[in-house]
Design a protein around this ligand. Structure first.
Ligand code: SAH
Length: 359
């Protein structure tokens, strides 16, 4: 029998669960705070619960479903975790320390069904959707590893749904995880601190716009025209740029004051990085009058991907063209490349330049 993963339950569901065990409702609150607020990972640590209740929980349920397989520490401080699910599938999470806050990049699927040609995760194919509990647990584990089990974090935490998988093909579990994580008695990471990235699942962009308390939206563009984008991202055959832009336009009405959405543009040497591509991209943004910024991500190379990163001079020239057209863009500094933790490098690989730290 598979055990009920309590980490994926909302407070109200946890209340129902303890009621089914003939327990008072406040036990649900206690358990929620222990899992998410105190980041405990075993029922035995919940010493404020009666012993017999702990024994029953141990029999029926779990708060620790991911097994840490290995972790890698980059020379820039980034950490990559490779977990295995109960059914032995890989899940990867990246912890990126920054000066004023930390960013945790979580995965929404094990593997990914999309076939983007520049992304290593594509090579795994889709293994399965992660549950909301598996999504939330990635954050709990990363924080515990970085700061010690249950220790209060010294800085704020930002989350990005930019790990393995396409979050919008696992929309329900994603949104539920966001709801669980925002709870003040728990992790208390509010949706405003979360950005989810999609390769362009158009119906879900519209659905996100209607979602109360939603995270921010990023869209992986990678090319300014359909011909090139379809070569790089086959999802473009299903939802071409015109439809994607129409969905963005609809999404735009849900933007709050000062909020913008982000387009990610991976820069592949000699493929999508010419002056002409930059002008096309600027034209696209202006035609649709989108309140957006563009993140330019130099390609993170990995065997056997057939691309090289654009040179820094090329990236700067590209950026200057966007700039001149009034489009804000930012060049992303790659993090964790040496341990295959950077964008597009998550493929459950074990062999990396830096050796793993013992789990
Ligand atoms: N499937 C979602 C979530 C993954 S986000 C999406 O596509 O948006 C991963 C981000 O990394 C995407 O913006 C993608 O464009 C970028 N990326 C993928 N492979 C990359 C690579 N090899 N180098 C740099 N960025 C890459």
């Amino acid at each position: 029998m598979t055990k009920l993963h309590l980490t994926g339950l909302l407070p109200s569901e946890l209340a129902d669960y303890v009621t089914s065990l003939d327990q008072p409702q406040y036990r649900g609150k206690q358990i929620f705070a222990a899992i998410h607020g105190r980041r405990m990972t075993a029922f035995d640590q919940l010493t404020d619960l009666p012993r017999d209740l702990r024994a029953r929980l141990n029999e029926q349920a779990t708060i620790s479903s991911l097994k840490l397989e290995s972790r890698y520490l980059s020379s820039d401080g980034t950490r990559r975790y490779l977990f295995k699910t109960q059914d032995n599938l890989p899940v990867e999470t990246v912890f990126i320390p920054e000066e004023r806050r930390d960013t945790i990049c979580f995965s929404s699927q094990s593997g990914c069904p999309l076939q983007c040609t520049f992304c290593l995760t594509a090579q795994l194919g889709l293994l399965r959707n992660l549950t909301s509990g598996e999504i939330v647990e990635q954050i709990i584990c990363a924080l515990n590893d970085a700061y010690g089990a249950g220790v209060e974090t010294p800085r704020g935490t930002n989350l990005v749904g930019m790990g393995a998988g396409e979050p919008f093909l696992n929309f329900e579990a994603l949104i539920k995880a966001v709801r669980i994580m925002k709870e003040p008695a728990g992790l208390h990471i509010v949706p405003n601190r979360i950005t989810v990235s999609t390769a362009g699942v158009v119906p879900k962009i519209r659905e996100l716009a209607l979602t109360e308390d939603r995270p921010h939206l990023a869209i992986s563009l990678a090319a300014p025209n359909d011909e090139l984008r379809a070569q790089l991202m086959p999802i473009n055959n299903k939802w071409p740029i015109k439809e994607l832009m129409a969905a963005c336009k609809d999404f735009q009405v849900s933007l709050k004051r000062g909020e913008r959405f982000t387009f990610e543009y991976v820069m592949l040497r000699g493929v999508n990085d010419s002056d002409d591509h930059a002008r096309q991209l600027a034209g696209l943004m202006r035609r649709h009058a989108l309140r957006a910024k563009i993140n330019l991500i130099p390609h993170n190379p990995a065997e056997p991907l057939p691309y090289q990163p654009s040179s820094m001079e090329r990236v700067e020239a590209f950026r200057a063209i966007l700039d001149a057209a009034g489009i804000d863009s930012f060049v992303r500094r790659p993090r964790g490349r040496d341990i295959l933790a950077a964008c597009g490098q998550l493929a459950a690989r074990g062999e990396v330049a830096q050796s793993p730290i013992n789990a």
